[in-house]
Design a protein around this ligand. Structure first.
Ligand code: MG
Length: 254
């Protein structure tokens, strides 16, 4: 099932819905409040404006979770997951522009599989972890690489407004241990890997993170990016693709 958050044509407020072929059927309330119940309201997929498919209270991102990406940055692989936060204010949806801040000369894309939590999770063991997950989506962990190298903490480099595109949908049926993750810059393939290469897989990440902080429904875990990160500049279009989920496309602007 593919779940979206969208604004119907001619309206201002957002609804949750389910994609069926080329239509979106609105659902009652949200997918984070128990059973998913369809309404009789349906729209052409082309006519609606898709938003980020959830509104996380936090985005927990994992650094250096693919061996080849740690190598390209010249950094040692951490023994435990290296986590940092991206603020909810950095989240944007499909099609919204990533804005390059003047203070950085090196804004880069990072294609990632994102986990969307479906239930509150605290001290969950890996064996049970996937029961707490609603589904999976694409995420671009946009990074001001020059500031990341300059600062000890990742906060500034990862947190600018628009630095966390998420979408286009939450796919509830996906094997997080075998998902192809790609990025395309202006149509050219730049990253192409599989979550089977993750140093710390999704179930272990849920166990590790939920041992530290309570994960709320709608919270997001960005699982790390593979080899092939690179710069984006105003005028570019960057696409993050997770096979089985779809493509998250964003223009880049000043
Ligand atoms: Mg990342």
């Amino acid at each position: 099932m593919k779940i979206v958050r969208f604004v119907p044509p001619g309206k201002d407020s957002a609804l949750f819905g389910i994609i069926k072929k080329n239509t979106v059927t609105a659902i009652v309330a949200s997918p984070f409040e128990g059973m998913i119940v369809e309404t009789s309201e349906a729209y052409d997929l082309d006519a609606v404006r898709l938003l980020a498919p959830c509104r996380p209270s936090k985005v927990v991102a994992v650094g250096l979770n693919y061996k080849d990406h740690a190598e390209e940055l010249g950094m040692a692989l951490p023994e435990e997951p290296l986590i940092f936060l991206k603020p909810p204010s950095s989240v944007i949806g499909p099609g919204e522009p990533i804005v390059c801040p003047p203070v950085s000369q090196q804004v880069e894309y990072e294609a990632e599989l994102a986990v969307v939590m479906g239930k509150r999770a605290k001290d969950v063991i890996a064996e049970d972890a996937l029961d707490y997950v609603l589904g999976y989506t694409c995420l671009n962990d946009v990074t001001a690489r020059d500031l990341q190298k300059k600062d000890v903490q990742f906060t500034r480099s990862k947190s600018f407004d628009t630095f966390c595109p998420i979408g286009p949908c939450i796919e509830t049926r996906l094997d997080p241990a075998d998902a192809q993750v790609r990025s395309y810059l202006n149509g050219d393939l730049r990253q192409d890997s599989n979550t089977s290469q993750l140093v710390h897989p999704v179930d272990q990440l849920v166990e590790f993170i939920s041992s530290i902080m309570t994960l709320e429904p709608g919270d997001v875990i960005a699982t790390g990016t593979p080899f092939g990160v690179g710069q984006i500049v105003p005028g570019d279009e960057i696409v993050v693709e997770v096979e089985g989920v779809g493509q998250l496309k964003n223009p880049v602007s000043e």
